[in-house]
Design a protein around this ligand. Structure first.
Ligand SMILES: Nc1ncnc2c1ncn2[C@@H]1O[C@H](COP(=O)(O)OP(=O)(O)OP(=O)(O)O)[C@@H](O)[C@H]1O
Length: 406
């Protein structure tokens, strides 16, 4: 940008008291002429400053428009593979296409191999994505203090005991484990039907140990983040070590750790790479400090046995659907804040809700409350639970018809 011109010197008027009136008049005329010259010079400087200002605001308008276009047009996500003198080699996610592309000098300064970037249609790097705002943040749900406590979980006393022993103890008493010389299990696998409290268990341990809870869904890795699975698994462990103590919870692990199939489609190869990354992260796990992994699956039969080898998910905990006693306990938990009628018999409801999961019992309770509201009551009665049961079983596509609780 050009520098502003310097201001002209201010003309001086020296009037000597000895001067004759004519001499004074001449001096004043001369001074007047000098002042006019300065005035002209200043107005021309003002004109050119105004012109410069107009040019600059035109430039600002243009940049704003450009910025707006950049913000609104879609950009592709890629990883910088190599930063060279000629440019940057980026690999586009999804199709793995590698290109040598340009990058503006000020972006290049901050760019390192492995960084994730946004590229436009002509592959030029537009922005450097910050680790927290990229896919890592979308694929992982981070909860610094999940609010589930063991008392919120019904009918899983034995499973709670096992999880505490395998996950909580080693986190709380790491020193004791080291002194005794035993390695705590690296990973715990919770298996059982949907909605039985597996996620709750993992959250409760994180809460109890003041650990960060980091959840990643296996199915999303495969469906939404095609081509990125292995990298996201690496990021997951990296994030956990930044936030330790941490509990990594991998839900639906069967999506990335299913038995190998015969077909050799690229999708399978990709899932395989993601699983290999997970195994290698777990194998190199001992030096990682206060991080524990809990995985969950509804499809235990589908799992590749490689993930169940010692040092990996070697502690298996079954989380089955609750029995009548468990169902009663779960109903107690979920009706805690409900205004229940005197007649209400939770044991009777538990007896008649065989095959209900914890999640179904939770929605049964909410539905019962809704029936009371629809009926203009503030008190929930046995009949509301019957109606709710009918509704929930219908929604679940169950064959079981309505049954009276008493
Ligand atoms: N044992 C339980 N005690 C109390 N509530 C439960 C229990 N199991 C499930 N629930 C209720 O169901 C909801 C879903 O449970 P959760 O997400 O823990 O199930 P999950 O086993 O992880 O299911 P999925 O396999 O589908 O992920 C919970 O938020 C809670 O309201």
């Amino acid at each position: 940008m050009s520098r502003s011109p310097s201001l002209p010197d201010r003309p001086r008027l020296d009037l000597d008291p000895e001067m004759s009136p004519e001499e004074r008049l001449d001096a004043l005329r001369e001074h007047f002429i000098e002042l006019e010259q300065v005035n002209d010079e200043l107005s021309s400087q003002l004109d050119s400053a105004q012109e410069r200002r107009d040019n600059l605001s035109g430039e600002v308008d243009r940049l704003e428009r450009e910025n707006e276009t950049l913000k609104t047009s879609s950009l592709y996500i890629a990883t910088a593979e190599e930063v060279t003198d000629e440019g940057v080699i980026v690999k586009q996610h999804g199709n793995n296409q590698e290109v040598l592309t340009e990058v503006s000098p000020n972006l290049k300064e901050d760019l390192e191999a492995g960084d994730r970037v946004a590229i436009n249609d002509s592959f030029s790097v537009q922005t450097l994505l910050d680790a927290e705002t990229d896919a890592r943040a979308q694929a992982m749900q981070v909860d610094h203090s999940p609010n589930v406590v063991y008392e919120d979980i019904g009918g899983l006393d034995e499973q709670i005991r096992e999880v505490r022993e395998a996950v909580e103890e080693p986190l709380i008493n790491a020193e004791q484990f080291r002194e005794v010389g035993i390695d705590p299990p690296s990973g715990v696998l919770l298996h059982g039907p949907p909605g039985t409290g597996k996620t709750m268990l993992a959250k409760a341990v994180a809460n109890e140990t003041d650990a960060t809870f980091i959840k990643m869904a296996g199915s999303e890795l495969v469906r939404k983040f095609i081509g990125e699975g292995a990298r996201l698994v690496r990021d997951l462990f990296e994030l956990a070590s930044e936030r330790e103590p941490a509990i990594i919870f991998i839900d639906e692990i069967d999506a990335i750790a299913a038995k190998r199939t015969e077909s050799k489609t690229s999708g399978d190869a990709e899932v395989q790479r993601t699983m290999m990354q997970l195994l290698s992260e777990m194998d190199g796990f001992e030096d990682r400090g206060e991080i524990r992994i809990i995985a969950a699956t509804n499809r235990f039969d589908m799992l590749d046995r490689a993930i169940l080898r010692p040092g990996r998910f070697d502690r298996l905990i079954e989380v089955a659907k609750p029995d009548a006693e468990g169902r009663e306990r779960i109903l107690e938990i979920h009706t805690k804040d409900l205004n229940l009628a005197e007649e209400l018999d939770l044991a009777a409801i538990a007896a008649e809700t065989e095959d209900f999961s914890g999640a179904e019992l939770a929605s049964l309770t909410t539905e019962a409350g809704m029936f009371a509201i629809r009926d203009g009551r503030t008190e929930v009665r046995m009949a509301d639970f019957e109606d709710a049961r009918e509704k929930v079983t219908e929604e679940e596509g169950s064959e079981t018809g309505p049954i009276a609780f008493y």
